[in-house]
Design a protein around this ligand. Structure first.
Ligand SMILES: *[C@@H]1O[C@H](CO)[C@@H](O)[C@H](O)[C@H]1NC(C)=O
Ligand SMILES: *[C@@H]1O[C@H](CO)[C@@H](O)[C@H](O)[C@H]1NC(C)=O
Ligand SMILES: *[C@@H]1O[C@H](CO)[C@@H](O)[C@H](O)[C@H]1NC(C)=O
Ligand SMILES: *[C@@H]1O[C@H](CO)[C@@H](O)[C@H](O)[C@H]1NC(C)=O
Ligand SMILES: *[C@@H]1O[C@H](CO)[C@@H](O)[C@H](O)[C@H]1NC(C)=O
Ligand SMILES: *[C@@H]1O[C@H](CO)[C@@H](O)[C@H](O)[C@H]1NC(C)=O
Length: 243
């Protein structure tokens, strides 16, 4: 015989252990208005591993964590564990008035040799839909809230001393495959509590870098690109919406 309480305990274990931790290289799971993906696309450039865990969702907020250790290939990105918004996509830039976002995060632990960013990865293209990093992509816009260990974005420095949303940024630019990459890198050190309107970044690129307002917002992803070291990164809360 077994008691009712042991059945409940068993069900809880299934829900927390198998539904929320993901360990496969390309495993994804539903996370409220987001999809959480491991995306260990560069793992072959090094040795190590990474796991990600969905902590909770509430409305358009998501909380998650990722736990990684990578060695070798110090200049190669190993992965981009991320959440991608399922709701904020498909709009034309000319139609967007604001893209409010809030993100706070912390490293619970990190190694002294860590090389990693904590970043937005935003994809634009000429059609409303299109998978990130494909022939459908025109622009990749990164916003680095953190870049530790001397890592650099694609390309070279384009413009220094940009002020957007109360923070200072250095803009890097350069080509990657068939799309152009713009990376706004924090010049103020780690921004661990970020509240902003992403449309301010889009308007900057339209005004200063020739990005057309006919471009469509195809995806907004947020996560981390580790190169080497080890860390437990906790995303306490992330949200993005569109109006
Ligand atoms: C990820 O999970 C696998 C399977 O449980 C485990 O073997 C591995 O050590 C974990 N890796 C990290 C970096 O926590
Ligand atoms: C991360 O993984 C390491 C190695 O598996 C483990 O010792 C540590 O407790 C994990 N941290 C968290 C926050 O899960
Ligand atoms: C632009 O906004 C209007 C009004 O909200 C909407 O009907 C239309 O579908 C939008 N078009 C695009 C391409 O986003
Ligand atoms: C900055 O990027 C624009 C294209 O968007 C380019 O025309 C310009 O030459 C770049 N400037 C530098 C210093 O790289
Ligand atoms: C941005 O840079 C200016 C000039 O160096 C500085 O005064 C200001 O504190 C910086 N802003 C932040 C948020 O650090
Ligand atoms: C992170 O954001 C959540 C939700 O907005 C908030 O409850 C929490 O206090 C924030 N934590 C920090 C350290 O800013």
């Amino acid at each position: 015989m077994f008691s009712l309480s042991s059945v409940f305990v068993g069900l809880l274990c299934v829900a927390t252990a198998s539904a929320q931790l993901i360990t496969g290289a390309f495993t994804c799971e539903a996370a409220g208005e987001y999809t959480l993906c491991q995306n260990l696309w560069g793992a072959a450039a090094g040795v190590g591993g990474q796991n990600s865990t969905l902590i909770s969702t509430s409305g358009n907020e998501v909380s998650w964590m990722t736990n990684w250790t990578w060695a070798n290939g110090p200049n190669n990105v190993k992965s981009y564990a991320n959440v991608e918004s399922s709701t904020v996509k498909g709009a034309q830039l000319s139609n967007i008035t604001s893209v409010p976002t809030a993100w706070n995060w912390t490293y619970a632990t990190k190694s002294s040799d860590i090389r990693a960013d904590v970043s937005y990865d935003i994809w634009l293209g000429t059609t409303p839909d299109g998978t990130p990093a494909t022939t459908a992509s025109s622009y990749e816009i990164m916003i680095w809230l953190s870049g530790l260990g001397g890592i650099q974005p694609v390309g070279s420095v384009n413009t220094s001393g940009i002020q957007i949303g109360g923070h200072n940024w250095t803009l890097w630019s350069g080509p990657n495959a068939n799309w152009e990459v713009f990376s706004f890198v924090s010049a103020d050190g780690d921004i661990t509590s970020f509240t902003s309107d992403l449309n301010d970044f889009f308007e900057y690129l339209v005004a200063n870098q020739g990005v057309s307002t006919s471009q469509f917002l195809q995806a907004i992803q947020t996560g981390t690109e580790p190169f080497v070291g080890s860390a437990d990164l906790i995303i306490e809360s992330f949200s993005v919406s569109l109006s």
